[in-house]
Design a protein. Structure first.
Lengths: 93, 93, 93, 93, 93, 93, 93
């Protein structure tokens, strides 16, 4: 997992997408190749949450997330990340 | 029912779709083959629920659910599952 | 009225549609044959209601309901039922 | 005013449309013949209201209402009625 | 100002449109002839307001209002009125 | 700044648009000529605010506002004004 | 960072866009050139926040923001700024 010094706002998290299909703590997981296919990645930074609602995920969690248009892509020191809202995180693996 | 080590977030549940029409605790149930036909399956993992709203369904429940576009498909160790929100669960059988 | 062992979730109810136009406790009721025509039926199962809002209808009530696309059809032991939300129930007859 | 034994749910009311333009307690009232023209009628049954919000209209009130698509028509013992939500009632005459 | 015996429901008011451009308490006011041009009139009846929100305007107030499609027209004893929600009232003149 | 005797309702304010680009307390400000370009003006009347939410702007404030279709134009004693909601005010200059 | 004497209303902030790609406290950050690409800039003024919700960002923060159509452009003393809502700020760098 990369180290980044970015603080997402509110309920946003910074996710490093998984490079390829690989064995996770839950076993082999192959997301379907559908239009709204869930994707795998690792949480590298989390926001403070919204008012009275701290986030559930934490840095280091392997997660499945929906690949929505709203996700923002950025490249930090050559590594590509996604910034999304926690509600786009489907499950912790 | 399969064993999976996935933790759905918020009010999401992991459902293993029923393989075929079979007798359930409620008797023979044949969902209509309509555009929004309800489907049968078994709950295999549940999220913690939303703030102040724990989930009603539990692991092992046979359920009917609506087949909406929003449901996410994943394959874990060769078995196909759906991840959906509890609000997409129509009834416990 | 049929006996079914299905537990609708939240504010959903299971309704057995009336077989034909027949005299109810309120007299002869003929829903108009309009696009959104109300339909008659009998409640055969009710959900626990939503948080702090128990349901008003109970098993055995004859009801009028709107025939919306959102209603789910299922067949249990050869009898066809509808599952709908209580808000789709217009009146008790 | 007809007698009907129907219990509207929530904030719904049962209205018997006025047969023709006639003098009401407020004088001669002629709704405009516009696309969304208000209509006159008499309340013949009222629901219990929504949670913490009892209804304002009561059985016997002459009312003006908007003629929206959402209004449900039913015929009870040969008389045609409308079932609508109280929010569709514009004024008491 | 006309006298009418109509009780608007909730946050609705009955407005008698101004016959022509005339001097008001605020001076000569000429609404622009735009698509959504504000109109002048006099409040002739007010509803009880919504739950915990009494109305601000009172009978006799000269007001500016938006000419929206949602306004209902009625004719009482030969005089034409508009029924609208207080939120459609822009200002007291 | 003109004097007008108009009382906007709720969270509405009356704004006198700036005649031309001129130096303000914040210096020379040139709004971009874009589709949704912000405009400058002076507050000449303010509403009482919404329930539990008094307004922030006061009479005499120079402001930037978005030029939305929803703004109402009126002419009082020969001077043209806009009536808008405070949420359409972007900043105090 | 420029000095400006503008007070954004509510949850709005004034942002000076970054002139070019440059090293930030978090390292080299290259936003993707996508349709909804995040942009970098510096906060130069902040609003008081919404009722019971003070803002999280402060003057001087380097931020990533989404380039939405809703952002307002203004030029103050020759420098171009954007006014946006804090919810459009994605992360602090």
């Amino acid at each position: 997992m990369s180290q980044v010094n970015i603080k997402p706002l509110a309920d946003r998290v910074l996710v490093e997408p998984a490079a390829a299909e690989e064995k996770t703590a839950s076993g082999i997981i192959i997301p379907e190749t559908a239009k709204e296919k869930p994707q795998r990645g690792t949480i590298v930074a989390v926001g403070p949450g919204k008012k009275d609602e701290p986030l559930t995920v934490k840095v280091g969690d392997e997660v499945l997330y929906g690949k929505f248009a709203g996700n923002e892509k950025i490249t930090v020191e050559g590594t590509e990340y996604l910034i999304m809202r926690e509600t786009d995180i489907i499950a912790i693996l």
